[in-house]
Design a protein around this ligand. Structure first.
Ligand code: NAI
Length: 501
């Protein structure tokens, strides 16, 4: 196999669309001679011209030396036929997402390329194993899944199918590093790593919306409060509901309609209605306005209490103790009681473990009870949105006091319906559960999953980092509680998590 990382190694990029152009830019900036081919006449030359503007822009902003920008552009050559593949050490295809068209192209290429040439596909959803089927040398095909925009996104999923030779995957892994990317090995399975593990981020919010548990802007605020840059609703609006729905549908179908990945009626309705999101002016929100202002946060002061106990043993209880002390409210610490939160005289404010406020109230005999969502950021910045739900047995006074206490702890309380795991705990638990199943099935390593989610979709932490800060029994209990409530196949605890217990 040739040394793909040698700067002189010629690369042919096929498909001069949004991804192909980005890949050509990155390869050229890394020093490779890059040939660019597209079946649409003039497309490769247009893409090169656009890249010229991009590179000049980078030079103007001081992000690239003017000579480097010029040299990178000079390395990019539009080519008119696939004969150019003869000279390539590596061919990366980024054409239309269609199995038969991609297969046809790969077979055509095999007739032209040298024996040692590596073939890479940027497919985001097609099985690399299926693409290799029928090739004379299927071992040389590997997935090289870049993220959009290619020059900015660090992640590359290096996807191996059943045929892919380990040396080929290793060579692409090294090449990705040489291009300044962070490669992660993935086994070819539906959605690879990122598009699979990310499904619950959308699915759990869509499920909450279907049950009318909260408004989109409340769910978005809660998940932003957990450190996500965008809430699921605003993110789906940005991606486009047609695209997001298609990815969900493809992962669902590829998994033989496993209920865990079932698409949502809420999103189907948006797609059917042509409410595709930001790109056509309306999705969950209207654009350019975006999300409406949040409902005002309860500003009530907590009423003076006879006795306040802070339950819990972890960082959440520590933070609560500090917050109350900061407000001059004296409270005692109670460790080892098996729950976390505040006992305020006869009322309780309980950190969710998956049981609903109603179930907690019934189990403890405490009528004035509220559950609150898991604060993920430690310490939580002041005013972090946090979901809570009040038991239906609660008095009118406690309905006002529960949010007042959350506000006293530094949160912006968000009332939601009394559902298992509320918003953030439910979403994070399901993300962890999905990542655990991916590891169980050999799709990626825990470290690979963490890197992929942080770099591919900008998650504030990786699923296994969340797991380390929470606990295996905590996540298992939460998913089990969802399962007990909903019944069905959707909320199945990953055997990987059960084995850790
Ligand atoms: P695009 O539509 O912007 O570009 C595709 C280009 O391929 C077009 O210029 C088209 O003329 C050309 N093309 C179509 N059939 C061809 C053929 N047989 N031979 C040569 N050129 C051909 O599409 P985009 O978004 O760049 O996607 C390309 C690939 O990258 C797809 O497989 C997609 O799933 C994958 N991908 C896309 C991402 C995205 O965010 N857009 C992210 C990661 C992967």
């Amino acid at each position: 196999m040739p040394d793909l990382t040698a700067p002189g190694a010629p690369v042919l990029v096929i498909g001069a669309g949004i991804m192909g152009a980005g890949i050509a830019q990155v390869a050229a900036q890394a020093g490779h001679p890059v040939m660019l081919f597209d079946t649409r006449e003039g497309a490769a030359a247009e893409a090169r011209a656009k890249l010229g503007t991009t590179l000049q822009g980078l030079a103007a902003k001081g992000k690239l030396a003017p000579e480097a920008a010029e040299a990178a552009l000079a390395r990019i050559t539009p080519v008119a036929t696939l004969d150019a593949a003869r000279d390539a050490c590596l061919v990366i295809e980024a054409i239309i997402e269609n199995l038969e068209v991609k297969r046809g192209l790969l077979r055509q290429l095999e007739a032209v390329v040298s024996a040692s040439c590596v073939l890479a596909t940027n497919t985001s959803s097609i099985s690399v194993t299926a693409l290799a089927n029928g090739l004379a040398h299927p071992g040389r095909l590997v997935g090289m899944h870049f993220f959009n925009p290619v020059p900015l996104m660090k992640l590359v999923e290096v996807v191996s199918g059943l045929h892919t030779e380990p040396a080929v995957a290793a060579a692409i892994f090294e090449l990705s590093k040489a291009w300044g990317k962070v490669p992660v090995h993935a086994r070819s399975t539906p959605g690879f790593i990122v598009n699979r593990i990310a499904r619950p981020y959308y699915a759990e919010t869509l499920a909450l919306l279907l049950e009318q548990a909260a408004a989109p802007q409340v769910l978005d605020a809660c998940l932003r409060g957990a450190g996500f840059r965008m809430g699921p609703c605003e993110l789906m609006d940005l991606i486009g509901h047609d695209t997001n729905f298609a990815v969900t549908q493809s992962v669902y179908d590829a998994n033989f309609q496993d209920k865990r990945y079932v698409p949502s009626l809420v999103q189907r309705e948006l797609v059917d209605g042509g409410l595709l999101g930001r790109k056509n002016g309306r999705g969950f929100y209207r654009y350019p306005e975006g999300a409406p202002a949040m409902p005002p946060v309860a500003a009530a002061e907590p009423a003076p209490a006879g006795r306040i106990d802070i339950h819990g043993d972890d960082a959440i209880a520590e933070a609560f103790a500090a917050a109350l002390a900061g407000r001059g409210i004296s409270a005692a610490r109670v460790r080892g009681s098996g729950w976390a939160g505040l006992a305020i005289d006869s009322a309780r404010l309980v950190l969710t473990d998956g049981r609903r406020a109603r179930e907690w109230a019934a189990a403890t005999g405490c009528a004035d009870l509220a559950v609150f969502d898991r604060p993920i950021l430690q310490p939580a910045p002041p005013g972090t949105a946090l979901a809570y739900a009040v038991a239906d047995s609660a008095s009118t006074a406690w309905r006002a006091q529960a949010p007042a206490w959350l506000a006293a702890l530094g949160f912006a309380p968000q009332a939601v319906a009394d559902t298992p795991g509320l918003v953030v705990a439910r979403t994070i638990a399901m993300l962890v559960n999905e990542a655990a199943d991916a590891v169980l099935q050999g799709v990626c390593s825990p470290e690979g999953a963490d890197a992929a989610m942080k770099l591919g979709v900008n998650y504030p932490a990786g699923p296994f980092e969340w797991l380390a800060r929470w606990s295996v029994p905590g996540v298992v209990a939460l998913v089990d509680a969802l399962d007990a409530h909903h019944r069905g196949e959707r909320y199945r605890v990953s055997p990987w998590l059960r084995r850790q217990g």
